[in-house]
Design a protein around this ligand. Structure first.
Ligand code: PEP
Ligand code: MN
Length: 274
């Protein structure tokens, strides 16, 4: 299987490397792209906390058809501008095969969301991503085997894969999803692929995000994907879980300390005190 091939241990994104042999990677940004002001503020906050990749959804998979669905294609340019002006890379979601080419022309990493993990048409359509890396979220009820076979489709289509644990559905109702911390070492045992963790969608509420992020790093995650917003109360999407810029800074300091304790590096700006 390609997901076991040691050549897939490290994913290169331009001059950045993601994987167990590289420093931890922090991806941060708002749930959804709303406008240039929001994105510039988010990019600056992400950068100041040591993030190297800016996230933001332009095409949003929403539970309700009446919720904000994202700004669409226009958001891609906004995301690119904000990332370029701060020296960050871009990760953004692609929901449909018809969007792959346009998203690949703008983003550095294409995201496939949890709800689409087993959309085999979409997975196969990654051939149009022209070898750009894909961040594959774990489906909300997917086993590790199902997740890895989904990754295999993308690898066969010619794109490197970064796995992302983002919580699964359980009976617990104190969180939005249950972060499956055990999945991180388990999936690393079965595959060579880098694994990052999204504590934001697992928690669903701001106050739990830092604790889950710290746990993820302690069990061996290769990076984090964290939602932030310069004004969470005004966010059009996932406002309850977005960290404030200063909360991301504090989390970065904690991550650097935990990374050091587990033999990993996390390069933070001098303004972040571990
Ligand atoms: C997201 O990262 O914007 C998102 C919708 O996440 P998930 O697919 O994990 O729900
Ligand atoms: Mn979100």
């Amino acid at each position: 299987m390609l997901f076991q091939n040691p050549r897939n241990r490290t994913v290169r994104v331009g001059d950045l490397e993601i994987g167990p042999d590289s420093p931890l990677v922090l991806m941060a940004g708002p749930c959804a792209v709303e406008g240039i002001g929001q994105l510039m503020a988010s990019a600056e906050a992400a950068k100041a906390a040591g993030a190297t990749i800016l996230r933001g959804g332009c095409f949003k998979p929403r539970t309700s058809p009446y919720s904000f669905q994202g700004v669409g294609e226009d958001g891609l340019e906004i995301l690119r501008r904000a990332a370029d002006s701060t020296g960050l890379k871009v990760v953004t979601e692609v929901m449909d095969p018809s969007q792959v080419e346009i998203v690949a022309s703008c983003a550095d990493i294409l995201q496939i969301g949890a709800r689409n993990m087993q959309n085999y048409t979409l997975l196969r359509s990654m051939v149009a991503a022209d070898g750009k890396p894909v961040l594959l979220k774990r489906g909300i009820a997917a086993t590790i085997e199902e997740w890895l076979y989904a990754a295999e489709y993308i690898l066969v289509a010619g794109s490197p894969v970064i796995l992302c644990e983002r919580g699964i559905r359980t009976f617990a109702d104190h969180t939005r999803f249950t972060l499956d911390v055990s999945a991180i070492p388990a999936v690393k045992r079965q595959s060579a692929l880098p694994v990052i963790v999204d504590p934001s969608h697992a928690a669903g509420c701001r106050h739990l995000v830092p604790a889950l992020a710290r746990a993820a790093v302690a069990v061996g995650a290769d990076g984090l994907l964290v939602e932030i917003h310069p004004d969470p109360r005004g966010a059009r999407c996932d406002k309850e879980q977005a960290l404030l810029p200063e909360e991301l800074q504090a989390l970065s300091g904690d991550i650097a300390a935990i990374a050091a304790a587990v033999g990993r590096r996390f390069e933070v700006p001098v303004s972040v005190v571990p």
